[in-house]
Structure formats: C-alpha cells, structure tokens
Design a protein. Structure first.
Lengths: 309, 139
C-alpha cells in the first residue's frame, strides 16, 4: 500500500513521468510554434538541455527582499504540481483517486499561481512586483470560470466529488463532452487553462516586452530551472484534468490508449494554436473577458447541466 | 565538466547589451533573431533579463556614461557567462576611438571572449561566431 503510493508519487503518474513528458511536450509546443512562423524549430532534447544547463548555472540571490520565500517558492510550486498530477494521473490510469477529490485538485492548482505571486513579490524588484500584481488579477479573473466549469461534471455524475467516480460515471454513460453543457464547459475550460498557464493571449504576468519576464525576472540558475520545469509540467496536468473531467478519461481496454494519446495531443494542439494566433491582451480586457463572458457562459453550462442537457 | 559544457553549448541564451552603439549592429542582431535565420534551431534564445543570460552580446564603444553600467550588468549575470563583442566598436573602437568620452576599449571594462568584427557584421557572421564559441565550449 505505502510502496504503491511512493511509486505513484515518484515514478508513474508522478514526478518522473510528468517531468519527462512535460519537457517533451514543451518541445512539441516550441516546434509547432516554430512551424507556425515558418521556422525549423529547436531539436528534440532542447528543453532537457535548457533544464540541465540552468541547474549548473550560478544561482544569484537578491540583496533586498525575502530570501526564504524567494528560494522555497519554486520548490513548493513544483511539489504541488507533482502532487496534483499524481492525484489526476492515478484516477485516470488506476481508477483510484489517491485520497484527493476535485476540491483538493482545485486548491492545489491554485497554489502554483500563489507561489508565482509570492516568489515575484519577494524579490523587491519593481518589474517583478508588477508581474506578481498582474498574476493576482489574472488569478481572480480565471478562477471563477474555472470553478464553475468544474461544477458541470460534478452535477452530471450525480454529485460525485471523487475523481474516480467521475471517470467511471463517464465510462458507463458516455463522455460529457457529447452533451451541450459538457461541450460549453470544455471550451470555457480550455480558455481557463490558457490563462492559468499564463500562455498567450493571457501571458500578461510575464510579458517579455514590457515587464521582462515579470515574476521570474530575478530568478537564475537552479531556481529558474524549476520555474521553467513547472511551466512545462502544467502542459501535462491541465490537459489530463480536462480529459478526466469532460472527455471520458482513460479506457484501458482495446485501443483506449491510442484514443487517450490522440485526445491529449489534440488538446495540446488547440492550446498551441490559440497561443500562436492571438496577441497579448491588456489586464482589463482579460478581466472583462472572464467576468462578463466566460463566467456567464460557464454559469449557463451549469444551469444546462442541472436540467440534464 | 565536458558533459555540462555540451549542455551549455546547446542552449545559449543571449542578452543584448547596447553599450552606446550607433544602432546598426543592434538592427543586425534583431535580424539574426527573425524567422529567416532561426537561431532557435541551435538552442539560442533572446532573453529579457540578464539573470537568465549565458552570453552577453555587447555592441558599441562603452563610453564614460555607459561603461559602469556594462560592468554592473556583467556582475549581475550568473556565471558561467560569456561576452561576445559584436561589431568593430568593441574590437577596436572604430571611428570613435579617439573621442573625448570614450575611456578606452570595452575589454578594460569587462573581459570579452569573442569578437565578431564588421560594421555591422552580417547575421551569417554572427552565427559563425557563436558556432565558434560552441566549439570552444566543446573543447
């Protein structure tokens, strides 16, 4: 039992699997983005090279600022992403939700943003604090819509909060994406994860051209390597969560694994297409978009789900 | 260290230091980063913060006002950090050599590992220069 848990956390759906798959999917992202711009793009192991190079560089600490938070923020975010990925992964692949339900997952996913805010504001740098402030606003913007779309599978599965319950309910009754409310919630969810991962058009916190990487500006060496790794690991966590909540999870029988890989790649491709075809929006536009439109549409999906559509 | 140098040579993040240039080299550096030359296939990436940089691309003569700032930027960059002088100005001072506001060579302010001469150098020359730096790193 205990050995199983260690295996889940450290090897298969946890640390090792998530980091390697995340770095590889990060390469897919960079390569497809390069093809969008008629370029060749980086080689396959580029992200591994970047990560190991950053591990070996000197780590510089800021003179003014809270050194403790500055150092532990990337590691806490890393640990939380590994934990939430293990919870999602075990419910997908072993049908055993590892002691966590959907509410725990929502909380843990928020901690990454909170750590970016803390790490950014601990440096005492003006640009970093600006980025941290923008991250707070972005978190406020997307969280409401995200919680609303998480309500849809809960309602449709007969008020189950356990992730494995949601998966088995979908395996019996068909994916929620086939229904109207499920489809609307999936689309809104795709936009929410775009904002949660701070990808274009919502890369407002780390806008390179105006506030030079924002919260990550003062980070270097090992700490920066972990921030980069966290970003790539989210490319695995969030699509897995969307597949789990709306798209039928993972069916181990027959060609289920091929379908799972195709679903995963399709979601990643959609994220990359949105990323490459949209310019950065202002923070007020993002708030407008999420509060006036996305949340209302998500609420509509919840109402539709209550009435069984 | 050979293994680490190989990783470093495959992922060079450059930071652009404008030490009072005439802007010509800067335009060529920006040309280098356009899709046509696509340096990302060598793992080269332009970063906005000096804390992320592996290579500083210095262009210009570093006059009295800018030289302390260039020194400061070099100190703030995490080591190992390499400096590439782009253009004739860091190499020899070009036509600004005997100006009243130029304290001397850029070399006296920060150590420069590699020069790419030319006024301005072509993007192809810059790619060749960086490839030479990679060769040095690989031993």
């Amino acid at each position: 039992m205990k050995i199983d848990y260690i295996f889940y956390l450290l090897i298969f759906p946890g640390l090792l699997f998530i980091s390697i798959l995340g770095l590889l999917i990060g390469w897919v992202d960079r390569k497809v983005s390069a093809r969008f711009q008629f370029r060749v793009g980086p080689p396959l192991f580029q992200n591994f090279n970047d990560f190991f190079k950053l591990l070996g560089k000197e780590t510089m600490l800021v003179k003014e600022g809270v050194i403790t938070i500055f150092i532990i923020a990337p590691f806490i975010a890393f640990a939380m992403i590994v934990l939430v990925s293990s919870i999602i992964g075990t419910s997908l692949f072993y049908n055993n939700s590892f002691g966590g339900d959907l509410i725990v997952v929502m909380y843990l996913l928020m901690i990454n943003s909170v750590m970016i805010i803390l790490g950014g504001s601990s440096t005492g740098n003006v640009y970093s604090s600006l980025g941290a402030g923008r991250e707070i606003k972005l978190l406020l913007a997307d969280e409401l819509a995200f919680i609303l779309i998480c309500l849809v599978p809960i309602i449709k599965s007969g008020f189950q909060l356990q992730l494995d319950g949601i998966v088995s309910s979908q395996l019996q009754n068909g994916s929620y994406i086939g229904s109207l409310s499920g489809f609307i919630a999936f689309v809104v969810g795709l936009l929410c994860i775009q904002a949660k991962m701070a990808l274009p058009p919502f890369h407002i916190p780390e806008a390179e051209t105006e506030i030079v990487e924002g919260p990550f500006m003062e980070y270097s060496g090992t700490l920066l390597a972990f921030w980069k790794l966290n970003g790539f690991m989210l490319y695995v966590t969030f699509p897995f969560l969307l597949i789990l909540l709306f798209w039928g999870g993972f069916n181990p029988e027959g060609p289920g694994i091929i379908w799972f890989i195709l679903k995963y790649l399709l979601i990643v491709l959609l994220i990359i297409v949105i990323k490459n075809t949209n310019p950065r929006i202002r923070i007020d536009t993002a708030l407008n978009f999420f509060w006036k439109y996305a949340s209302v549409i998500a609420l509509l999906a919840v109402v539709l789900a209550v009435f069984g559509y | 260290m050979g293994w680490y140098n190989k990783r470093l040579s495959k992922s060079i993040w450059v930071f652009h230091v404008s030490a009072s240039p005439c802007n010509n080299c800067d335009i060529e550096i920006l040309d280098l980063l356009t899709p046509k030359y696509d340096v990302e296939r060598f793992g080269i990436k332009l970063v906005g913060s000096v804390r992320h940089a592996d290579v500083l691309l210095v262009s210009g003569v570093a006059n009295n006002k800018v030289a302390p700032k260039v020194k400061y930027l070099y100190d703030q960059a995490p080591k190992p950090c390499f400096v590439v002088g782009v253009g004739t100005c860091p190499a020899s001072g070009c036509c600004f050599k005997k100006s009243y506001n130029v304290p001397g060579k850029v070399e006296d302010t920060i150590p420069i590992n590699l020069y790419i001469p030319g006024c301005p150098p072509k993007p192809e020359a810059m790619i060749e220069g960086v490839v030479k730096l990679v060769e040095v790193l690989n031993g």
